[in-house]
Design a protein around this ligand. Sequence first.
Ligand code: GLN
Length: 274
Amino acid sequence: MKKAAALLVLTMTVAFAGCGSTPQADGTSAESNADLEAGTEVSEAQDSEGEDVLADGVLTVGTNAEFPPFEYVGDDGEPDGFDIALIKAIGDKLGVEVEVENMEFDSLVASIGSKIDVAIAGMTVTDERKNMVDFSDSYYEAVQYVLVPMETGIAAAEDLAGKTIGAQLGTTGDIMIEDFEGATAKQYNKAVDAVNDLIGGRLDAVIVDKNPALVFADKFSDQIQYMDFSFEPEDYAIALPKGDTALADAVNGALAELKSDGTFDELVSQYIEN
Ligand code: GLN
């Protein structure tokens, strides 16, 4: 398992070396690594740089399984959903086992490099997060929706001014609330708890990503509805340790393969369009 992973990384390093690679930290270039003939020498070199998180054969992945259909707790009590299936398929391509850690959304980014190797959680690429982590190629386009009660005076984004608005702590929906003048932000560890407060009349609105918004609006269709105010589109990507280009190349390579072999589209129809 370990060897297979190292060889795959080697193959990808070679593949990427051909299209203009970046110099390595120790001053050697990826091209000179590619020139080495024995795979073991290369994997030792990578180990000594402390970069090869795949070398132990396990990719530890953080998520927050409170974001259907991307991640939720399945009937067996284990995290399931589009993101979980996607990262497992990436693990298969890379020849490593995927172990999923369910944690608070707000601690995912800070845990990369210690508790977890990478995070997949319907996470939007933002400049602020890019100060702490790198992102894979984007795999899904999203947008924030607004959930409101059936009886509401909110019909446009401007109407959110002065309102009490709920969101999951640390999400792009949460960060957006300050854009609405005089609005009061209420933060929750789980979006569904915000939805419960909306139903209970303790909030005027909840801001949450489109696909979970559709799931919640469908689940509580007698009490709440969703609104699309055409906010800025967002891109979901996998959060990766900063500066680990070998891992980023491996993950992006696997993602590209899953897109071209049809697996990605199958997962979209199984988990999202279903
Ligand atoms: N896309 C949003 C963000 O990245 C929400 C993600 C989530 O709640 N899992 O902040």
